[in-house]
Design a protein around this ligand. Structure first.
Ligand SMILES: *[C@@H]1O[C@H](CO)[C@@H](O)[C@H](O)[C@H]1NC(C)=O
Ligand SMILES: *[C@@H]1O[C@H](CO)[C@@H](O)[C@H](O)[C@H]1NC(C)=O
Ligand SMILES: *[C@@H]1O[C@H](CO)[C@@H](O)[C@H](O)[C@H]1NC(C)=O
Ligand SMILES: *[C@@H]1O[C@H](CO)[C@@H](O)[C@H](O)[C@H]1NC(C)=O
Ligand SMILES: *[C@@H]1O[C@H](CO)[C@@H](O)[C@H](O)[C@H]1NC(C)=O
Length: 278
C-alpha cells in the first residue's frame, strides 16, 4: 500500500459512516462502539459447522471497514482447525467415521491461554462437540466461564449454545438452539428458559441463535444493535442477503416438531417436513 493511502482510507471510512448515519438516532451504546475498537473472539474446534463461522464473519468483515474491529480465531491449539468432524459415536453408540467428508480449514490465531481481551465472544456449533464431550474436554466451557464476566457480548450459533449452557452462564436466562437436535442441546444447563420457536434470542448480553443459517440473521440483528441500522443495512444489501428480521419467525421449529413450537408459523417457500414412508 502506498504510504498516504492508509490515512485516506481511514478518512473515507469515517466519511462513509458519518454520511450514512445523518440524522439517524444512534443510541449511546452505538456511539460508543463506533468510537472504539471491538475485539472479537470466534471460538472454534475440529468439526465446526462451516456456515456457523463464515456466515456471521462475512458481516463482521464488512463492518470492519467503516468501524474498527479485530478478530481472533480461538481454539485449543493454534493452527489449522478442521470442519471435518473427528471420529465420535452417534446417539445409538455406533462409531461415526466421517473421514470421507470434505474439509474446510480455518486457522486458529490464538489458544484459550493466549487469547487477548475480548469484547465479543462467538461460539460456533458443530458435530465436533460430540467428540469433545466423549473426551470430557471442558476447555471451551472453562474458557467461556473464565471470560464471561469480562466480555460485553456473548453469542452462540446452532449447537454452540451447549458450551454456554455447560459453562453455567445461561442460568436464569432465555436461550434458543438449533431445532434439528433440540432435545440433545436443551439437556444442558440449569434453569435455562429454552425458547422453542425463535430464530434467535437475546437475553441481556447473551445472544443465541437457532441452526446454522440463523447465525447470519442473529449477526445482522446483533450488529444493528451494536452499530445502528445505516451501515449494517448497507452491508446486508451489499451481500444481497435476505435477512430474517423477526426473531420469532421459526418454521424450522415446526419442521423438526419441537415440543411447544408455535405451529401456526407459515412454511411457505420452505422444504417442508420430510414425508414419512412406512
Ligand atoms: C464519536 O465520534 C463522533 C465523530 O468522531 C463524535 O461526534 C461523537 O461525539 C463521538 N461519540 C462519543 C460517545 O464519543
Ligand atoms: C481506527 O483505527 C485507525 C487506525 O488504527 C485509527 O487511526 C482510528 O483513530 C481508529 N478509529 C476509531 C474510531 O477508533
Ligand atoms: C430461574 O431463573 C428465573 C429467571 O428466568 C429466576 O426468576 C428464578 O429465580 C430461577 N430459579 C432458580 C431455582 O434459580
Ligand atoms: C434496516 O433494515 C431493517 C429491516 O429491513 C428495517 O426495518 C430498518 O428500518 C432499516 N433501517 C434503516 C435505517 O434503513
Ligand atoms: C405464532 O405465530 C403466528 C404467525 O407468525 C403469530 O401471529 C403468533 O403471534 C405466534 N404466537 C405466539 C404465541 O407467539
Amino acid at each position: 500500500m502506498k504510504p498516504f493511502l492508509g490515512p485516506v482510507l481511514v478518512i473515507l471510512a469515517q466519511w462513509a459512516r458519518l454520511s450514512l448515519g445523518q440524522g439517524y438516532p444512534f443510541t449511546a451504546e452505538q456511539e460508543r462502539n463506533a468510537n472504539r475498537t471491538l475485539s472479537v473472539g470466534y471460538v472454534v474446534y475440529h468439526g465446526y459447522t462451516i456456515l456457523d463461522v463464515f456466515g456471521p464473519l462475512q458481516f463482521l468483515s464488512d463492518l470492519s471497514w467503516p468501524f474498527n474491529i479485530t478478530l481472533s480465531i480461538i481454539a485449543k491449539e493454534a493452527g489449522p482447525v478442521h470442519s471435518r468432524p473427528p471420529p465420535h459415536h452417534g446417539p445409538d453408540g455406533s462409531e461415526m467415521d466421517m473421514s470421507k467428508m470434505v474439509d474446510a480449514q480455518i486457522v486458529a490465531t490464538h489458544t484459550f491461554e493466549t487469547a487477548p481481551a475480548l469484547d465479543i465472544i462467538i461460539v460456533t456449533g458443530g458435530v465436533g462437540d460430540l467428540t469433545l464431550m466423549e473426551q470430557k474436554d471442558r476447555s471451551i466451557e472453562d474458557f467461556i466461564a473464565s471470560r464471561f464476566d469480562k466480555t460485553e457480548y456473548v453469542l452462540s450459533v446452532c449447537s454452540g449454545v451447549g458450551f454456554l449452557a455447560r459453562a453455567g452462564v445461561l442460568e436464569g436466562r432465555s436461550a434458543t438452539a438449533t431445532k434439528s437436535v433440540w432435545g440433545y442441546v436443551t439437556n444442558f444447563g440449569k434453569n435455562v428458559t429454552w425458547v422453542p420457536s425463535a430464530r434467535w434470542v437475546r437475553d441481556g448480553k447473551v445472544w443465541t441463535s437457532s441452526g446454522v443459517s440463523a447465525g447470519m440473521d442473529m449477526m445482522v440483528a446483533f450488529l444493528r444493535h451494536v452499530y445502528g441500522d445505516p451501515v449494517v443495512n448497507k452491508s446486508v444489501n451489499g451481500v444481497e442477503y435476505a435477512a430474517v428480521v423477526d426473531p420469532n419467525w421459526d418454521p424450522f421449529s415446526v419442521v423438526h416438531k419441537v415440543p411447544g413450537a408455535n405451529m401456526s408459523i407459515p412454511m411457505q417457500g420452505l422444504v417442508g417436513p420430510l414425508k414419512e414412508y412406512p
